[in-house]
Design a protein. Structure first.
Length: 354
């Protein structure tokens, strides 16, 4: 019953087979191999247009380097105040942006509203002493398992662009967001105005494969140097290329994410049918945020359940934690089995027993 994260898994069978196959024989290094070239073609097909893609190994590197491509050292990058970029990357975005300031904006469920963004951009004093806002980084899905719709992304991008601000999307769970929304990759990114995307593979069936996707080619100009400088230009790049090829082939990503999302839905439905339990935010992808009496945490752990306690700062006011309540995050993956979900539900039902 391990619901700590979706990166506790290995690779899917299909991705692993592709890695093993790519291990055979010789291949040109540094991304000029056949598997990487095929992965690039598959990424073009995935987005329905030619994109400029760079493959790398971690989401942190993808985010940090992508943010550096849109925000200069003297600029400000706006993001949600509890985003991964803001809180969980050990200053990598600041490091690669070489001094740029990151400012966190509030928002329910990890989402920045157009109202909040407009108020910040219009109220931002100009002048040579202030780092001007040059970048906006949005997570889709968010750190609280929520999704921005294509329309919401388009509204934020339009506002950002009107103020000379480029938009990055952290898509560590992009597959799960797509499945949740039922829209195309194009609709959620370039058609809505996103300039650069961190496309995650690792949490959804790859062993370690992420991509930075540029929809604005001008921004990609120096990225080949940024990636190398970031230590993310792999000589045996074929191993990442092979992962993306398998991940995208016949919508394998969709099958994996659909399963993860369905398991979360099952978990959420079961948990909310238990008196005294409620969700912090709606379950729309592969994460369930459960509000429970704080003593329930130890009881669930005593049954062998693994999970993290989570922050309740981004709860809507009418969902705020009451005294004695806590919030936990339960994440499902492409490998989560229905029996694990049932075991957690049984443990949760037993929590109320004295
Ligand atoms: C929203 C989000 N972005 C980015 C990442 C990147 O993670 P990593 O650098 O561990 O691959 C994660 C991983 O937890 C994440 O949850």
């Amino acid at each position: 019953m391990n619901f700590t994260s979706d990166n506790i898994t290995g690779a899917s069978e299909k991705v692993l087979a592709a890695i093993i196959a790519s291990n055979r024989g010789k291949a040109t290094p540094y991304g000029k191999d056949e598997a990487t070239l095929r992965a690039h073609a598959a990424l073009d097909a995935f987005f329905g247009r030619k994109v400029t893609a760079f493959l790398l190994t971690t989401g942190t590197a993808a985010n940090a380097l992508a943010c550096a491509a849109i925000c200069p050292p003297w600029g400000t990058l706006l993001t949600h105040q509890e985003s991964h970029v803001m809180e969980d990357e050990c200053g990598a975005p600041e490091f690669f942006m070489a001094g740029a300031k990151i400012t966190g904006l509030p928002g329910i469920g990890g989402k920045i509203s157009p109202h909040t963004l407009r108020a910040y951009l219009e109220g931002d004093a100009q002048g040579a002493n202030r780092p001007p806002v040059r970048g906006l980084s949005l997570s889709n899905g968010t750190e609280f398992g929520q999704v921005y719709t294509p329309g919401e992304v388009a509204d934020l991008c339009a506002l950002a662009h009107a103020h000379g601000v480029k938009v990055h999307m952290d898509g560590a769970r992009f597959s799960n967001a797509l499945v949740s929304l039922g829209c195309s990759p194009a609709a959620l990114t370039w058609q809505a105005g996103v300039d650069v995307l961190s496309l995650g593979g690792t949490k959804n069936g790859c062993l370690m494969a992420e991509a930075v996707i540029f929809f604005d080619d001008a921004l990609a100009q120096d990225f080949i140097f940024r990636r190398k400088r970031g230590g993310q230009t792999l000589s045996k790049a074929r191993l990442i290329g092979a992962q993306f090829e398998a991940f995208l082939d016949q919508d394998h990503w969709r099958d994996l994410a659909s399963h993860a999302n369905a398991m979360a839905k099952r978990l959420a439905d079961g948990l909310t049918s238990i008196p005294g339990l409620r969700l912090g935010w709606p379950c729309v992808m592969n994460e369930v945020f459960l509000i429970l009496p704080a003593e329930g945490i130890d009881k669930l752990r005593a049954h062998g359940a693994l999970f993290y306690e989570w922050s309740g700062h981004s709860l809507a006011p009418d969902h705020a934690l009451q005294p004695g309540e806590a919030i936990i995050r339960l994440v499902t993956s492409f490998e989560t089995r229905a029996e694990e979900v049932e075991a957690l539900l049984t443990a949760a039902r037993g929590m109320n027993a004295r």
